[in-house]
Ligand binder design. Structure first.
Ligand SMILES: CC(C)(COP(=O)(O)OP(=O)(O)OC[C@H]1O[C@@H](n2cnc3c(N)ncnc32)[C@H](O)[C@@H]1OP(=O)(O)O)[C@@H](O)C(=O)NCCC(=O)NCCS
Length: 195
């Protein structure tokens, strides 16, 4: 149902200010910076990366998911500085349902510039136009206002509120599920920019 040819050559893409390229093991220091940063991790309910090795293992798992056609994990690069500024993932791709879950981060110094909006517009268009997905899902901590704003801007709709369904670090957390059908997508374009 989905277009599996996307898994033959990694889909490197670009937008006006950004490049979306395949993650590499040599990106481990940037991934560790992001995934050990208090501001980034405050609503993530994921273990912090305590060493570069944690990040290398994380990256290898993302590459394996791509080989298994279960995920696509992009590094986000700022064109003007060539800096690694964040990441964006299609995870848990279920081909029978033509559905993927998204996850994303930006280094805090790159918040408030519209970079996640630009990323979402490009990569969600790729998801619908090229990978031929039918819908996306995002699971969010209800207190993560920046993330919810980014999703709502795209047309994502809140579908569920789960009370204390997530146990992390000795605490139960609430979570919200947002989803986007192709026909909801506000920034739908006919084609995706490829490098
Ligand atoms: C979620 C996250 C990626 C959102 O980043 P962000 O920078 O707030 O999102 P955007 O790129 O959409 O930028 C939006 C802001 O940039 C501003 N902006 C500045 N220049 C802009 C431009 N050229 N175009 C669009 N927006 C622009 C917008 O006005 C908006 O600010 P506002 O929210 O005060 O109105 C970021 O907060 C993050 O990394 N959080 C930690 C990780 C995380 O929680 N991930 C999600 C887990 S579910």
């Amino acid at each position: 149902m989905i277009n599996e040819s996307v898994f033959e050559n990694f889909p490197q893409l670009e937008s006006e200010r950004l490049i979306f390229r395949e993650i590499k093991v040599s990106d481990a220091a940037d991934i560790q910076f992001i995934r050990s940063n208090d501001q980034v991790m405050s609503y993530m309910e994921r273990p912090k990366h305590l060493s570069k090795n944690d990040s290398e293992i994380f990256i290898l798992k993302k590459k394996e998911a791509y080989r298994n056609k279960k995920g696509i994990y992009w590094a986000i690069i700022e064109k003007s500085t060539e800096e690694f500024i964040g990441d964006f993932a299609f995870g848990n791709i279920i081909k029978e349902n033509a559905r993927a879950e998204i996850g994303y981060t930006l280094k805090p110094q790159f918040w408030g510039k519209g970079y996640m909006k630009e990323t979402m517009v490009s990569l969600i268009n790729f998801g619908f136009n090229d990978l031929k997905l039918h819908s996306f899902e995002a699971d969010v901590n209800p207190e993560n206002e920046n993330s919810k704003k980014a999703l709502i801007k795209m047309g994502f709709k809140k579908e569920a509120y789960f009370r204390e369904n997530l146990f992390f670090n000795g605490e139960f957390f609430d979570s919200e599920v947002y989803s986007l059908l192709e026909r909801d997508f506000i920034y739908h374009k006919k084609s995706t920019n490829k490098l």
